[in-house]
Design a protein around this ligand. Structure first.
Ligand code: AMP
Ligand code: MG
Length: 422
């Protein structure tokens, strides 16, 4: 939106702010609002060998039948089933069908062709006998076991030429990459990695490794957030730490809006007079929502700065991590066009039996950090460390987040929903 700084412009903006900004929204609503301002989806072509971990941009059709021809699933003998009814049948060996051979002898009555796994089925044969079920002597083979049609892999039984086996928005997992190769593709059209600016804001923040002045702490969020962005298929651009001054923040946001597809800030979104991300976004940006009914991670905002989407995440390390996990990750996924089933995700939703009581939050969806382990047929949840939103160790010492509905505590033995982090 236009950001005139005249008195009138500012009045209009404040007026618009109070009208348009939704405050204290649910997580679902937060996602809906953020999806109203997606980053543009771009695509590019990459070599298959560089495609692993990327998101497929277009449905992919097979260029071939898979298998390309009827072939053997076993090392053994290609035979006519009718000739192997009796144990001890003796057949005449007519030759060998090897994987890769283009011509194979045909199998007639009373004959057998030696065959390797993956080799084409000779003309005239309708079954395979496993090598283990045979013995040979010169040009003759004695069949001591069953001749099975099931040991033949039929042409096109996995895929027929033209079939779409990988849909647009699929994550190119190792198996998907292998499948793309099976289908004959050497290059794939993938979704371009969105460039996402990651900006840490706070006077107290010092890069790790540097001497700490009194009252200073090591800056950690931009490292965590950048790595989360990477995990979701984005390309993070970490900016220098911004002091709590609107001038510096404005410059950084301008640069980020110019050079990146989206912006994530950390810190400075609460109620305080030094919470300059909120203050600057209110005055000169365009805010969609402020505050989500969740704990931890209540204070975030979403809006745009000169048209570029901005997530203002809270400074508390657990809060920013959790908000990314449950909200920003989904937004990135959807903006990139990820498939719901085969796209990337940060967690699987599961049901867990709690070993300990868990305290929920009044009016808020509560994400306590828990550890999930398998015990017999059940998933069991427990907690170990201090749960404060400043304690990033709690995200390392646990592997999941509770999904306690607003105003709900959980007692020992209760079954709750949880997000098992990947
Ligand atoms: P804020 O949201 O700016 O009020 O910050 C909340 C808490 O998070 C404060 O204790 C900050 O020192 C801390 N914090 C803010 N930004 C970061 C960061 N980038 N890395 C580590 N801690 C931070
Ligand atoms: Mg701060």
């Amino acid at each position: 939106m236009e950001t005139t700084r005249t008195g009138l412009g500012r009045t209009l903006q404040l007026h618009r702010f109070w009208q348009a900004v939704e405050k204290g929204v649910t997580l679902e609503r937060a996602l809906e609002i953020a999806l109203g301002s997606p980053f543009p989806r771009k695509t590019e072509s990459v070599l298959l060998e560089d495609a692993a971990g990327r998101l497929l941009a277009k449905d992919l059709a097979s260029k071939v039948d898979d298998p390309r021809f009827d072939n053997s699933a076993m090392d053994g003998w290609a035979v006519r089933k009718a000739n192997c009814k009796d144990t001890g049948s003796i057949l005449r060996i007519v030759g060998t069908s090897q994987a890769g051979s283009s011509t194979t002898p045909s199998v007639g009555k009373g004959e057998a062709c030696r065959i390797m796994t993956g080799a084409p089925l000779p003309e005239g044969a309708d079954s395979i006998v496993m090598i283990e079920d045979s013995s040979t002597e010169g040009e003759r083979v004695t069949i001591n076991g069953p001749a099975r049609t099931e040991y033949i892999r039929k042409k096109g039984e996995n895929l027929v030429s033209g079939a779409i086996a990988l849909v647009a928005g699929s994550l190119l997992t190792p198996a998907a990459t292998s499948l793309a190769a099976t289908m004959g593709h050497s290059e794939l059209e993938v979704v371009s990695k969105p460039k996402i600016a990651v900006i840490g804001v706070g006077d107290e923040l010092t890069p790790p490794g540097e001497p700490l002045a009194d009252g200073a702490i090591y800056e950690s969020n931009t490292y965590g957030i950048a790595s989360l962005v990477r995990k979701m298929g984005g390309s993070p651009v970490r900016f220098e730490i911004i002091q709590d001054t609107t001038e510096l923040l404005r410059e950084a946001l301008d640069e980020a809006a110019e050079s990146c597809d989206a912006i994530i800030t950390s810190g400075g979104v609460s109620m305080g007079e030094w919470d300059i991300v909120r203050i600057l976004m209110e005055a000169e940006g365009d805010i969609g929502f402020w505050k989500i009914m969740m704990r931890p991670g209540g204070p975030p905002l979403f809006g745009t700065w000169k048209g570029t989407p901005v997530f203002g995440l809270p400074g508390n390390p657990v809060s920013s991590h959790v908000v990314f996990t449950v909200l920003v990750s989904q937004w990135i996924s959807k903006c990139m066009g990820a498939d719901l089933v085969s796209g990337p995700r940060m967690a699987n939703r599961v049901r867990v039996i709690m070993e300990e009581p868990l305290k929920g939050a009044p009016g808020k969806l509560c994400f306590r950090r828990i550890s999930i382990r398998q015990e017999g047929d059940s998933l069991v949840g427990s907690t170990s460390t201090h749960q404060g939103s400043g304690n990033i160790h709690s995200m390392v010492a646990h592997n999941a987040l509770s999904l306690l509905p607003p105003d709900t505590d959980s007692r020992i033995g209760a079954t709750i929903d949880a997000l098992w982090l990947i």
